[in-house]
Design a protein around this ligand. Structure first.
Ligand code: UD1
Ligand code: MG
Length: 491
């Protein structure tokens, strides 16, 4: 994998750690305002109709729960818990890189209030605030959480939560406030009367609680509602002062409960990502036809043509032109590279190289500067030096090529003997003729020439010509003799 790209994912995996590490031991005792975080991630997500826990569904390069974690990036956190239950082992494994995340089991999923009840033994005597996020709300901005915490502290509320006015509030809990944003009541959609459903101010599922007060109320929650669950929203109804912070961009509040909402969240995210890159100097000739993961890095003056899809830890450097019709995943694309109708995965392409049309680079291919990889060429786990060409119809696997190598049309490295893979080495300035087969393990020295149609099974020294094919036989006047024989046969 591209080194820079690998670094990027490591950084992403450390989001939680970075938070935690910023809080030194002395600071912990000196600061009087402690913040613990709970990310609710135990639910099955029945409406997704999936064997994968809902919070692990992927959205633009990160899982839903990783998005929730990344929204914490501006906040100083003292403890961070993920409440897990359905598919808990899978959730834990997926979040392995977040070393400071603690997992708390909710064996039976009896509602969001029940999920937070699981923290009672862990936060005994804790005197700070508990920030609760639903693991299925991926589009929250870090600045919004900062604002929530600020308001909570300033107003000294018992609970402060995020709300938004949605054009279509169906499915969300409705929040009823007085004129000063003080909460009177929260009612779940399915428990609302027809009149209450007209209120389009919704609960985002993001709350800041004074823990000492919440801890007293949690054991008293009842499940006398339509779903017979213990609702965290009921706790809000018992706490005062309770205040709502309205968020201007209601998209941030978008919760993902089914596949349609997942697709809508993806669209919102894509718009955000493309807007960001266009402001940073990237050209999209047809933005709607492209998809870009949030983990991708683009330099100014890159051009993304229609139907270009960039995934994972991809970096595209200045002056590169990707597409039309290309997929680039976990790869580092150098300056002024072009990638036309091609697939590049887990690979590095250095400056000013041309890829495609119809090329496939995969499995740690590394292509040097000023190279050309052309039509119907597949390159796997192979390093190609600078100014080398693999222009047509080739397969190169488990090979190293020097500089200025010319791989003739149809050259194949036969790298697999049915059991193991073997290496091919090709020195600087070597040329292979069309339709050569290089049977690995084999080494061609520098400035070697391989005759067209050769099957090379032995090493070739520098500056040699290697021809390994049957000699041509020519039989003069063969056609005439054939005619005479036929006439005789016919009498
Ligand atoms: C919840 C809120 C609703 C709000 C909406 C915002 C409640 C009762 N309702 O509804 O007011 O408008 O979020 O998106 O809180 N979970 C657990 N354990 C459980 C149940 C759920 O950890 O026993 C987790 C889920 O994995 C999910 C989150 O809590 O990440 C929210 O649960 P979900 O069932 O999606 O609640 P909503 O119906 O969306
Ligand atoms: Mg939900």
């Amino acid at each position: 994998m591209a080194r820079r790209a690998a670094k990027a994912i490591a950084a992403c995996g450390r989001v939680g750690t970075v938070q935690r590490d910023r809080v030194g031991a002395t600071e912990l005792t000196a600061r009087n305002h402690m913040v613990a975080v709970a990310i609710l991630a135990a639910g099955r997500g029945t409406r997704m109709k999936s064997s994968l826990p809902k919070v692990l569904h992927s959205l633009g390069g990160r899982s839903l729960i990783e998005w929730a974690i990344s929204s914490l990036s501006h906040i100083q956190i003292d403890r961070c818990y993920a409440i897990v239950g359905y598919g808990g082992d899978r959730v834990k494994a997926a979040l392995d890189g977040y070393s400071d995340l603690e997992f708390v089991e909710q064996a039976e999923q009896l509602g969001t209030g029940h999920a937070v009840q699981q923290l009672l033994p862990h936060l005994e005597g804790f005197s700070g605030d508990l920030l609760v996020l639903n693991g299925d709300v991926p589009l929250l901005r870090p600045q919004t959480l900062e604002r929530l915490l600020e308001t909570h502290k300033q107003k000294q509320n018992a609970v402060t939560l995020l709300t938004a006015q949605l054009p279509d509030p169906g499915g969300y809990g409705r929040v009823f406030c007085d004129g000063r944003n003080c909460i009177k009541q929260i009612v779940e959609h399915r428990d609302c009367t027809t009149a209450q459903k007209q209120n389009n101010r919704i609960n985002a599922g993001v709350y800041c609680f004074r823990w000492s007060e919440l801890a007293k109320i949690l054991p008293k929650l009842k499940s006398n509602n339509d779903q017979q669950e213990y609702y965290l929203t009921d706790a809000v109804n018992y706490m005062r002062p309770a205040m709502a912070v309205d968020v201007d961009d209601y998209h941030e509040m978008f919760g993902v409960n089914d596949r349609k909402q997942l697709a809508i969240a993806y669209q919102i995210l894509q718009d955000r990502i493309k807007d960001r890159w266009m402001s940073a100097g990237v050209t999209f000739t047809d933005p709607d036809s492209c998809t870009i993961d949030d983990t991708v890095q683009l330099e100014p003056d890159t051009i993304l043509e229609p139907q270009t899809h960039l995934r994972g830890n991809t970096v595209v450097r200045s002056g590169a032109r990707i597409g039309p019709g290309s997929l680039v995943e976990n790869s580092d694309i150098g300056e002024n590279v072009t990638v036309l109708y091609s697939v590049v995965a887990d690979s590095i392409v250095k400056n000013s190289t041309r890829i495609g049309p119809y090329a496939h680079l995969r499995g740690e291919a590394q292509i040097g500067e000023h190279c050309r990889v052309g039509n119907f060429v597949e390159i796997k786990k192979t390093t190609v030096g600078d100014r080398s060409n693999v222009a047509h119809l080739s397969y190169l696997g488990d090979a190293t090529l020097g500089d200025r190598v010319n791989v003739g049309a149809g050259t194949i490295t036969a790298n697999y003997d049915g059991v193991r893979k073997h290496q091919t080495h090709i020195g600087n300035g070597t040329k292979t003729g069309s339709n050569s087969v290089l049977v690995a393990p084999v080494t061609l020295g520098e400035n070697v020439t391989v005759g067209a149609g050769s099957v090379i099974t032995k090493d070739v020294q520098d500056n040699a010509l290697a021809v390994a094919r049957a000699r041509q036989t020519v039989k003069p006047d063969w056609k005439m003799k054939e005619e005479v024989r036929r006439m005789k046969d016919e009498g």
